[in-house]
Design a protein around this ligand. Structure first.
Ligand code: EUG
Length: 615
């Protein structure tokens, strides 16, 4: 048996587990775990009250448990787990697959009744057939690390989570000639990176990684996640899928549909209608394999960081970035970050910097920032130039002249920055080396959790200013939440990511965060901005903002949903798409109404249509 201190300092590695940490990040992970433990108000070893299984609505208890027994017979009893134990949130590297570990409403809302572990595409088909037979909702996850957007949680309480990654985590192919790979759901960025190193290919080709490397390569692409090399648009970089449909058939898309094809991951379209899009951010199928393109080593790289002192120069900075980014002088998905995040990402609680209760004052932030290695500023641009020195010099020269038009602009000399500075984390991430650093700002609050407000806009100064202004206004209104904005610049657009960090054990803080998010979504929509991705709790509201033509797109989604999933068993409500059996029964979460301001919202509806016979 391990002692408490061993438990506190042990982190599963890739040698232990498909979802583990690579050796090179182990020490960092151990330290992260310690810091999170210190910021938790949960008592170690405290006995949590027993809880019972969340039976999904529309299924009676008896039928449910009989169905679970049947599934045990089909998959093997060891591959079916009831979720009848207290909910443990764990932390990033030891996250639950039963619920949302960073819940923004009551912890019992986005919870599963059971978790199942298919070992193959055939097993996934069996689970789907079973779900149709018993009308049990199912909710697939790849790794379950969609943290900030609902994690492993199902949208419908009591759905059976299909943890695809636990047993399906093979890297089926890596092609050094074509610069492609073919992966199963449980392959993390950490695992793919390590495999390339192991095969001696790490110098030959790069993967593209998001801020945290523990996520599923496939799951992140399906959720249209973002990384920071020139291959940062993960969905655009994928090529070909294998999908289990909600009725149990298996299809392969693109070149995967041609028997014996060797172009699965080289050419994404195949022949005929391009179907792949309907399987991203959707509940139209369960993806079990995905092809992915990889980037050739560009023959050199150089990170750079520019800082700008004045907040009001944001529009000018953004307008300078736009033409340079679209013409690929700025080559990667870069981040423009606010200085308050330079404090937060140091990993200490906000009380280390400021004892007051309102938002941390500017004067405090700037004084503290002045003592950090990169010095004081308001905005910092983190980018990377790729290619041999001569090519980099050419691009960096243009960038330098352009950024220096902003008053007080400064290029930070990387040689002045210590090895543990955040700058080097951005450097690793932009050259395809997965990291864990970004987790640190979660410690800003006790029981630190985060939810993102993620609107997209053109790369225009006026848009950046409008979005920042509405975010600041609403952060001030709802309890003085500290504002953490980061502009992630794609090619012709930018994702503004505003992470609200809140104490998930504090219902008041959760409610403030939720109301702030809801207000920002509506404000943004009124100005013509939509979110690229959102948390489970906000999916109905965000889907509702894509309402052109009297909700034409939403109706098309419903038409497709009813056609491909007539019993409405697959991830009901994901991304605002509700199957017929659930519609008109109060499942949508939009805030307001009788889920008023003084109560936490609930994810529950008022039942489902029983028979599922498509009327
Ligand atoms: C981040 C970036 C995202 C996202 C959530 C978080 C990074 C925060 C570009 O997409 O969806 C620093």
């Amino acid at each position: 048996m391990s002692t408490t201190s061993e438990v506190a300092t042990s982190v599963p590695t890739l040698a232990d587990k498909h979802s583990g940490i690579p050796q090179y990040l182990l020490e960092k992970a151990v330290n992260a775990k310690k810091a999170i433990r210190e910021g938790s108000t949960d008592k170690v070893g405290e006995k949590k009250p027993a809880r019972s299984v969340a039976i999904p609505q529309g299924v009676d208890e008896d039928t449910f448990f009989k169905a679970i027994d049947e599934l045990r017979g089909t998959l093997g009893a060891q591959h079916v787990e009831l979720n009848d134990k207290p909910l443990e949130d764990g932390w990033y590297m030891e996250h639950p697959n039963t619920h949302d570990a960073m819940t923004i409403i009551d912890q019992e809302e986005f919870v599963s009744s059971a978790v199942v572990y298919p070992g193959s595409t055939e097993d996934v088909q069996k689970v789907v057939v079973w779900a149709n037979k018993h009308l049990v909702p199912i909710s697939p996850i790849s790794m379950g690390r969609n943290l900030g957007y609902g994690g492993a949680g199902p949208r419908v309480r009591g759905a059976v989570v299909i943890d695809l990654g636990r047993r399906m985590h093979a890297i089926l192919d890596i092609s050094p000639e074509d610069y492609t790979c073919l992966v199963e759901p449980g392959v993390s960025y950490y695992a793919l990176y390590e495999e390339l190193q192991k095969r001696g290919l790490g110098d030959h080709m790069w993967i593209d990684v998001p801020d945290l490397g523990g996520g599923s390569v496939m799951g992140n692409a399906l959720d249209r996640g973002v990384g920071y090399s020139p291959y940062g648009d993960h969905w655009a970089a994928h090529s070909g899928l294998e999908v289990v449909m909600p009725t149990g058939e298996v299809v392969r898309t693109g070149m995967g549909a041609l028997e014996g094809s060797n172009t699965w991951a080289c050419f994404p379209y195949g022949f005929g209608p391009y179907i792949d899009g309907m399987f991203s951010q959707s509940n139209f199928g369960i993806v079990t394999k995905m092809g992915m393109t990889l980037m050739p080593n560009p023959g050199g790289y150089e990170s750079f960081m520019y800082t700008f002192p004045r907040e009001e120069d944001l529009p000018q900075i953004i307008d300078i970035i736009r033409p340079l980014r679209i013409s690929n002088i700025l080559e990667n998905v870069a981040q423009l970050r606010h200085v308050v995040q330079a404090l937060a990402v140091r990993g200490q609680p906000r009380t280390h910097w400021y004892g007051g209760s309102g938002p941390i004052p500017d004067a405090v932030v700037h004084e503290a920032a002045a003592a950090l290695p990169a010095g004081d500023y308001t905005w910092a641009y983190f980018g990377m130039a790729y290619g041999p020195a001569a090519a980099r010099q050419h691009k960096l020269g243009i960038v330098d002249a352009a950024f220096r038009r902003v008053p007080g602009a400064r290029r930070v000399d990387a040689a002045d920055l210590p090895a543990d500075d955040y700058f080097w984390s951005r450097d690793r991430v932009a050259r395809g080396t997965p990291d864990l650093h970004e987790l640190r700002w979660c410690n800003w609050r006790p029981n630190g959790s985060h939810v993102a407000f993620s609107p997209v806009s053109p790369i225009r100064g006026a848009d950046a200013a409008a979005l920042l202004e509405l975010a600041r206004r609403r952060h001030t209104e709802f309890g003085g939440i500290d504002l953490f904005p980061a502009f992630c610049v794609g090619l012709r657009e930018m994702h503004l990511i505003v992470e609200i960090v809140f104490d998930r054990r504090d219902a008041g803080r959760r409610r403030d965060a939720m109301r702030c998010l809801r207000a920002m979504v509506d404000d943004a929509a009124a100005l013509g901005y939509g979110e690229y991705r959102t948390h489970l709790a906000l999916m109905d509201q965000v889907a509702g903002t894509y309402a052109w033509g009297g909700g034409a797109l939403g109706r098309l989604h419903e038409t497709i949903k009813d056609a491909v999933d007539p019993n409405g068993i697959l991830a009901p409500g994901r991304c605002g798409v509700w199957p017929r059996r659930y519609r008109g029964k109060g499942w949508e979460m939009r805030g307001g109404g009788d889920q008023g301001a003084d109560h936490e919202e609930t994810s529950q509806g008022k039942g489902v249509d029983g028979a599922g016979k498509a009327a």
